[in-house]
Design a binder for this molecule. Sequence first.
Ligand SMILES: [Zn+2]
Length: 302
Amino acid sequence: MATVIQADTELHVHLEGSMEPELLCRLDSTLTLEEARGLYRFDSFAGFIEAFKGAVRRLQTPEHYAMAASALFDSLAGQGVRYAEVIFSAGVVEWKRQSLDEVWGALREASGQAPLTVRWNVDVVRQFGGEPAERVAKWAVRHGGEGIVSFGIGGDETSRAAGEFARAVAIAKEGGLKFTPHAGETSNAENVWEMVRMGADRIGHGIRAVSDPSLLRELRDRGIALEVCPTSNVRTGAVRSLAEHPLRALFEAGVMVTLNSDDPGIFGCTLAGEFEAAQGMGFSEQELSQMAENARRSAFGL
Ligand SMILES: [Zn+2]
């Protein structure tokens, strides 16, 4: 099915999850294509986290990061995307004991040559806790003028209490960055509430908000967009099937819903494909256009 509208804005795509199996093999010559494809085969959220870690491990040098970024930018531009906010997991760079400044230098250079407008969401890993998050938040604020527009929290949202990240979030927001945490992907509406109370400007996923009418009203009234990633949700097991996906209910509740690809390399998906999926779920051309417009209106760097 051909997509009926041109999606031109991507707000939730992970650099580390964007790498195709072929690129992993170029980065790691000991890896066969079959092994790389096998890495991306999983049937649970825990399996997905392992695949993500397997991809991250192949990014050994700043040049590797630049290669991943350039491949992603070319792919997005090839689909007609003109503006992207790319999530960069600074937390895992520290964890791998690589130089964040050197990796960032390579990414900054790559984004300067990109065939589309690129902004960055610097992400920390929830499992690692609040202290590394504060360090990353300070670093992100220092580099805020270099295309970094927001601070996020990714990883396993059930692993650590939201309160552990209060200081990191305050540092980021006082430093002029937006706050875009993952929440309500695999857990519950309360997790989304916690992030809204901490000042979330957008929510990564947020699909569990569907179970709480008062939360839906809050998101709608405050214009807090949800970065919804339907294919990702099915592949990680967050929802059983597209037919059971709450996208329609979120949209009908008046929430600012956007469509995104999340980890296109791992899931084998594209932004255009997410719009095709929504079309297959019964969304009209006008409704798809509305979601594309929501993304433009919720972008931080436009
Ligand atoms: Zn994500």
